[in-house]
Design a protein around this ligand. Structure first.
Ligand code: URA
Length: 247
C-alpha cells in the first residue's frame, strides 16, 4: 500500500475468492474493468469522518460533516470524468482559452433515501448541471433485505449517461445492488456509474465487485466488519437517524 500515489489511493476489489487488493500504481478510473474503491487521503476527510463517528455529535453537526464529506468525494468522483467544452472567453483585458463543463450533459444524481440525501446536499455547488432522481429503499431489520418504496428514475438511460449514486453506509450491499441493477436494467452502463459512500464494509464491497466490474466507489473509509444486525463496526451508527434527528 505504501507505493500508492499521494493524490489518490485506489483499492481494487477483485472478483469472487479474491480479497481486496491495493493497486501499487493507481489505475485510470475511466479505463479500469475491475471495481475500484477510492479513499481520498485528505485531512478534511479524516476530520469530518471523526466528527461523524463521534456518538456525541449533535444531529446538525453530523449532517454538516456528512455533507462536507460528500462534497469532497464528489470532487474526486468527477475529477477527469465530466465532459467539457473548450472555448475562448473575454476577460476585462484580453481573450483567454478556457474549458467549461458541458452544460448540455447533466449528471444524474441518485440519492437512496433517506440517508443518501445527505452526502449529495452540496452536490449542486460542485456539479454545474445535474438532475436528481430519488429512490427509496427500506431494509427489513430481520432479513436485512432491501425493498423499494419510492422510484423516481426515468424510464430509460443511455450508456453515456453519467450517474452518481449515494448511500452513506455500504454494509451488506443489498440496497446498493438492488439500485444498481435497476439503473442497468434501464440502460445505464456500469462504467458510467460512480457510488458515493461514507463508510464501506467488506461484505458490500465484495458483492459489488462481483456483480459490477468497472464500478467506481468513492468512500471516506473502509471499516472491517458488520455486527449481527448488519451495522458497520465501528461505523457511525444509523446514518439516517443521526442526520435527521430521529434517533
Ligand atoms: N445503515 C446505517 O445507517 N448504518 C450502518 O452501520 C449500516 C447500515
Amino acid at each position: 500500500m505504501g507505493s500508492a500515489p499521494r493524490s489518490c489511493r485506489l483499492t481494487s476489489v477483485a472478483a469472487r475468492k479474491r480479497t481486496i487488493t491495493y493497486a501499487a500504481q493507481a489505475p485510470d478510473p475511466n479505463k479500469s474493468s475491475q471495481m475500484l474503491v477510492i479513499v481520498p487521503p485528505h485531512v478534511l476527510v479524516k476530520h469530518n469522518l471523526a466528527i461523524a463517528r463521534n456518538k456525541d455529535t449533535p444531529s446538525g453537526a453530523f449532517r454538516a460533516a456528512i455533507g462536507e464529506l460528500g462534497k469532497i468525494l464528489i470532487y474526486e468522483a468527477v475529477r477527469d470524468w465530466l465532459p467539457t467544452v473548450d472555448l475562448q472567453i473575454e476577460t476585462p483585458v484580453g481573450v483567454a482559452d478556457a474549458t467549461v463543463v458541458d452544460p448540455t450533459k447533466p449528471v444524474a444524481l441518485v440519492p437512496i433515501l433517506r440517508a443518501g440525501l445527505v452526502p449529495l446536499e452540496q452536490a449542486s455547488s460542485v456539479i454545474p448541471v445535474s438532475i436528481t432522481y430519488h429512490v427509496g429503499y427500506v431494509r427489513d431489520e430481520e432479513t436485512l433485505e432491501a425493498s423499494l418504496y419510492l422510484n423516481k428514475l426515468p424510464p430509460s438511460f443511455t450508456p453515456e449517461d453519467q450517474i452518481i449514486v449515494s448511500d452513506p453506509m455500504l454494509a451488506t450491499g443489498g440496497t446498493m445492488i438492488a439500485c444498481l441493477k435497476d439503473l442497468v436494467s434501464r440502460g445505464a452502463s456500469v462504467q458510467n456509474i460512480r457510488v458515493i459512500s461514507i463508510v464501506a464494509a467488506p461484505p458490500a464491497l465484495t458483492k459489488l465487485g462481483d456483480e459490477f466490474p468497472g464500478l467506481k466507489v468513492y468512500t471516506a473509509m473502509i471499516d472491517p466488519e458488520l455486527n449481527d444486525v448488519g451495522y458497520i463496526i465501528p461505523g457511525l451508527g444509523d446514518a439516517g437517524d443521526r442526520a435527521f434527528g430521529t434517533v
